[in-house]
Ligand binder design. Structure first.
Ligand code: ZN
Length: 221
C-alpha cells in the first residue's frame, strides 16, 4: 500500500503520497564537503513514492550495496497543484512541514557521477526516503527562521538553518514547478547541510525541527 502522509496531530492527509522532488547542493558548506561546485540553478532530482517509508519505524536500507549516507533535510508537503508558480504562490501551496532523510548509496552515486550517468539507483531505491509526520501549517512560517538537527547515538552530526539555503524555499519551489507540476501529496526535500556521513547499523537517530517536531528512530543491526 502507498504511504499516506500523516500530520503530527494524528490526522491523515487526504491524498496518497506522490513524488518526492529533491535538490542537491542547496547549502554551500555541504557542496564544499563533497567537492562539488556551488550551483547557479538548483540541481533537481526525484525519488518515487515507492522509496518512501515511515521514519518512525526501524530503518532497513540495502546495506549490501555499499556505503549508505544519511542526509537530513526539511520536508514540505504540497497541498495543492501548482505549475509555473511564483515564489509567493509556491509558498502558499505548502500545507505541512516535516523532516526527511535523503538516504544515498554514496559509492554507487560516485561511480555513476564519474560515468556521467543518472543517479536514480543511488537515490530512489526502496527505503531511500524516510519521512516524518508533518506539522500542519495554518499560515506560511518564516522559512529563514527554521532550524533542524540530526543526532546519531546522542551526538549531533548535522545542524541546518533555513537562512543558509542557497535557494530559499519559495524560490526553490517556484523553480521546481517550472519543470514538474507539483500536486497535492507531493513532497519536497530542500537539501542537506554539511555533516553527512555513513549511516551506522544499529544506530539510534534523533531529529528535531523548529516548531516542536522531534523524532527518535533506529537503524536495523
Ligand atoms: Zn539530499
Amino acid at each position: 500500500m502507498r504511504f499516506v502522509p500523516q500530520f503530527t496531530d494524528g490526522q491523515a492527509f487526504p491524498h496518497e503520497l506522490g513524488k518526492v522532488v529533491c535538490v542537491g547542493r542547496n547549502y554551500a558548506d555541504h557542496a564544499k564537503e563533497l567537492d562539488n561546485p556551488i550551483p547557479s540553478e538548483p540541481l533537481l532530482f526525484i525519488k518515487p513514492a515507492s522509496s518512501v517509508v515511515d521514519i518512525q519505524q526501524p530503518l532497513s536500507p540495502p546495506f549490501n550495496r555499499g556505503d549508505i549516507h544519511y542526509e537530513v533535510e526539511i520536508a514540505l508537503l504540497v497541498g495543492k497543484t501548482i505549475c509555473d508558480a511564483t515564489p509567493d504562490e509556491a509558498s502558499e501551496a505548502i500545507t505541512g512541514l516535516g523532516l526527511g532523510l535523503d538516504l544515498t548509496l554514496r559509492d554507487v552515486q560516485t561511480q555513476l557521477k564519474e560515468k556521467g550517468h543518472p543517479w536514480e539507483i543511488a537515490k530512489a531505491f526502496d527505503g531511500a526516503c524516510p519521512l516524518s509526520p508533518f506539522l500542519p501549517l495554518s499560515r506560511v512560517p518564516n522559512w529563514n527562521a527554521l532550524a533542524f538537527t540530526l543526532e546519531i547515538n546522542g551526538e549531533e552530526r548535522q545542524h541546518g538553518e533555513g537562512a543558509d539555503m542557497i535557494f530559499t524555499i519559495p524560490t526553490l519551489l517556484a523553480e521546481m514547478s517550472r519543470h514538474f507540476t507539483l500536486e497535492a501529496g507531493d513532497v519536497i526535500l530542500t537539501g542537506t547541510p554539511s555533516g553527512v556521513g555513513e549511516l551506522p547499523r544499529g544506530a539510534t537517530l534523533r531529529l528535531t525541527l523548529t516548531g516542536g517536531l522531534e523524532i527518535t528512530t533506529s537503524v536495523i543491526e
